[in-house]
Design a protein. Structure first.
Length: 522
């Protein structure tokens, strides 16, 4: 068998998780250049740029959600696909053990996390044979926040703000714009969309995701689709949803459209949304040894171009002097003084809690005192022992937890529970990303609490704001879902829902909806 195949796949996974490809870096650099530094969008992109550089320099995951590993493998005739699949699965388990992947494979019936990213359906590995003499493996790591913003339309359809979408390319255009508008900042915009026109429901989604393997700067060989891609890039960015849905100049960094034949009765438009943490790489392997012969999407001989100068990265969060400093536990008076748009820097104690914790807290008392507390929607990548990013965990004992990556997760999933939990346990600050709905907004007003939007995907940046892990509860839910007790320092986030009934998310959605309506063609 191929002696270096396993090591090559582990390296591919590690590089994909930690080192954003050059075309995505270029797109994000121009998004950063387009924004004024002191705006919300400018600050968000600055944090993202720092995060990209930090991940590359410490070989840490760019985002804590390392997503669903999806491998597309082309092999020469005669290759042993059964053996390769086993090796790929073992490589995924090894990369998880090394902290390059977060354990993300959860039993859908019991909720149990397998702990190694292996289970029915995970990872996804597709094989094809081809006429080339070498093996090609492409990998994409697409996280849950952006996966949840995927959309599929069956035409004809009636769409908010855009009216009827017919079975035409004009109807396709409306569907794509509608999907970008619906996603707002929830998929960690600015994002990219892969689109399939046609196919059936299953093949449509597969082909849409396959478009994400195209580079952002390629030109569609089909002139009709090339024109549509260019139109979407222009019009979607006119929506001004902006980074994280904060409003801004860049909402989309790529639009790639493919087409499949369809049944006469069906006309699906399938859209795969990927976030700015657009992690995809590939390799060509020697078919005799499994060694990496060359990389796809990047020139391994060229050094990585940093997003920012080293002194800018070292300086950390770009302050304007208007930031509000908060030390947890936090009082109702401090919270009521905050309003939408304020940038806060939080220090002190913070607890993580996501889906399993929220469900648990609806029926059980919390394992810690949450009164005046800060609840962070986050499922971190964790490990034991010294050597966390940016010095975090330096000198830690072998059995001491440290955080390898800790960005926010999508908050809207907790909408059914959040207001009750805030009220019941006296929580003052909820941190997440993408915003929450009217029930939570009313709860913030009623109880005197705020929602802060942290920068989605900035897992390395936020890991460096965590000074120490002081404990952990509810470990039976698995490491991403457990409640981690953290000591943080100057953790930056933006008030996007305040205790006076204001919501930046609602405002941006309405404003972008008005622009969307203006893009209707007669
Ligand atoms: S950047 Fe955002 S959407 Fe993308 S994987 Fe990370 S948390 Fe999910």
């Amino acid at each position: 068998m191929l002696p270096n195949f396993f090591a090559s796949v582990v390296e591919l996974i590690a590089e994909t998780s930690t080192n954003l490809p050059p075309d995505v870096r270029v797109a994000m650099a121009s998004a950063l250049a387009a924004e004024e530094p002191a705006t919300r969008a400018g600050q968000a992109l600055s944090i993202i740029a720092q995060n990209i550089d930090q991940a590359e320099s410490c070989d840490g995951p760019i985002c804590q959600d390392t997503g669903m590993p999806t491998f597309e493998v082309n092999v020469p005739v005669g290759a042993n696909q059964i053996w390769m699949r086993r090796q790929i699965r073992e490589a995924v388990a090894e990369a998880t053990r090394q902290g390059k992947l977060r354990p993300n494979s959860v039993d859908s019936i019991t909720g149990e996390n397998s702990g190694n990213n292996l289970g029915p359906g995970t990872p996804i590995v597709h094989f094809d044979q081809w006429d080339e003499p070498h093996i090609e493996i492409k990998l994409i790591l697409k996280g849950g926040g952006c996966e949840n913003t995927n959309a599929q339309y069956a035409l004809p359809a009636e769409l908010d703000h855009l009216g009827r979408a017919d079975r035409t390319l004009e109807g396709v255009r409306k569907c794509i714009l509608h999907a970008v508008w619906k996603a707002q900042g929830k998929g960690c915009s600015p994002g990219a969309v892969g689109v399939c026109v046609g196919g059936d429901r299953t093949s449509g989604y597969l082909h849409a995701k396959a478009q994400l393997f195209r580079t952002l700067d390629d030109v569609n060989p089909d002139g009709r689709l090339a024109t549509l891609e260019a139109e979407i890039m222009d019009e979607a960015n006119r929506l001004a949803i902006g980074p994280m849905g904060f409003s801004g100049k860049t909402s989309l960094i790529g639009c790639k459209i493919g087409a499949l034949n369809r049944l006469p009765a069906s006309f699906f438009v399938s859209i795969a949304y990927d976030c700015w943490a657009f992690r995809r790489l590939g390799v060509h392997l020697d078919a005799a040894t499994g060694s990496i012969a060359s990389w796809l999407y990047r020139d391994a001989g060229k050094p990585v171009v940093p997003m920012l100068a080293p002194d800018v990265v070292a300086a950390g969060f770009p302050r304007t002097g208007r930031e509000v400093m908060l030390q947890a536990p936090i009082t109702e008076g401090q919270v009521r003084a905050l309003k939408v748009g304020d940038v806060v820097l939080i220090s002190g104690r913070m607890f993580t809690g996501r889906d399993a914790v929220h469900t648990h807290l609806m029926k059980h008392e919390p394992p810690v005192d949450l009164n005046g507390g800060v609840l962070y929607h986050c499922g971190p990548v964790v490990a034991k022992g010294a050597g966390g990013p940016g010095g975090q965990g330096a000198g830690a004992a072998e059995d001491e937890w440290r955080i390898l990556a800790a960005g926010p997760t999508t908050s809207i999933r907790e909408e059914p529970y959040q207001a009750d939990i805030i009220k019941r346990y006296g929580i003052r600050v909820v941190i997440g990303k993408g915003g929450m709905g009217p029930r939570t907004l009313a709860g913030l007003k009623d109880s005197g609490a705020v929602y802060l939007n942290a920068i989605g995907g900035a897992a390395q940046f936020y890991a460096r704001c965590i000074e120490r892990v002081t404990g952990v509860s509810l470990m039976e839910f698995g490491t991403p879902e457990a409640m981690w007790h953290l000591d943080v320092k100057d953790f930056p986030a933006i008030v996007t829902m305040d205790s006076h009934g204001n919501s930046l998310h609602r405002d941006v959605e309405q404003a972008s909806g008005t622009v969307l309506a203006s893009l209707t063609r007669t």
